[in-house]
Write a protein that binds this ligand. Structure first.
Ligand SMILES: NC(=O)c1ccc[n+]([C@@H]2O[C@H](COP(=O)([O-])OP(=O)(O)OC[C@H]3O[C@@H](n4cnc5c(N)ncnc54)[C@H](OP(=O)(O)O)[C@@H]3O)[C@@H](O)[C@H]2O)c1
Length: 227
């Protein structure tokens, strides 16, 4: 019987790190189903090509519809990459309340709700991976800045730990990932590393974590990030 490829569902892959992860997992022989919330010409142009579907993670009905369309499919990795950094430089007490709430919604609430929806479709020995950030570390927050973004990723970390505790009997692990400071639209041109370095590193970390249970918080080199 032919050996089955590993399968990844990558959520938020129109550009930046999601697009880079799709490229790397495809090059490593994985079957990739990648999502975008709008047109994604760069994703659709990848060779080899992923399957591409549409979903906005802030839209529960769209997530439920995606789940219906993917009923019966199993994924070794469900990786929610999507995130936003609206008004990141504005201190929370001085900024717009609705904008800070939107950052919390997209970065914390929606990824965990997406994970919950797809938990039954994670293969035994697989992983739910949620894109966090070192800025989500409460312990490492000595200098402030990026307040609403930091708070949203700290909330994501806490919700991921609760998700893992609630699913402790399930046959998959949970991984919170810090991709490094990466030159994307969000990371900016001054960031430390390029998308290829980050995504090759993250793919290797994910491959090493397959089969592990519990909730880990790791960077793209595999180092543990303090909570
Ligand atoms: N770059 C860094 O240095 C860095 C560091 C730490 C953590 N991260 C995290 O890594 C992830 C990717 O960041 P990036 O640097 O690649 O950012 P990016 O270039 O700004 O890309 C963000 C991606 O998220 C998608 N997205 C945003 N809201 C969405 C929603 N509601 N539903 C579906 N997709 C949505 C965007 O889709 P559209 O094209 O439709 O807008 C885009 O594909 C984020 O979670 C970010 O917080 C990045």
């Amino acid at each position: 019987m032919a050996k089955q490829n590993r399968t990844a569902l990558l959520v938020g892959a129109s550009r930046g790190l999601g697009l880079g992860l799709a490229r790397v997992f495809l090059a490593r022989g994985w079957d990739v189903l990648a999502t975008a919330r709008g047109p994604a010409p760069a994703l659709e142009a990848l060779d080899p090509a992923p399957r591409v579907m549409r979903v906005d993670i802030d839209d529960d009905a769209a997530v439920a519809d995606l789940r219906r369309r993917l009923a019966g499919e199993r994924f070794d990795v469900v990786f929610v990459v999507a995130g936003v950094a609206h008004d990141a430089q504005v201190p929370v007490p001085l900024g717009d309340r609705a904008t800070a709430l939107k950052v919390y919604e997209t970065n914390a609430l929606s990824p965990v709700r997406f994970a919950e929806a797809f938990a039954p479709q994670v293969a035994a020995g697989g992983l739910v991976v949620l894109m966090s950030s070192v800025l989500g570390s409460v312990a490492l927050n000595e200098g402030g800045t990026w307040e609403s973004y930091r708070a949203s990723k700290a909330a994501l970390n806490t919700l991921a730990r609760s998700f893992e505790a609630r699913h402790r009997e399930a046959p998959f692990g949970v991984l919170l990932m810090h991709p490094g400071w990466v030159r994307t639209e969000m990371g900016g041109p001054e960031a430390d590393i390029d998308v290829a370095t980050s995504t090759e590193g993250m793919a290797s970390v994910v491959e090493r974590q397959l089969g592990r249970r519990g909730c880990a918080y790791l960077d793209y080199t595999g180092e543990t990030v303090p909570w």
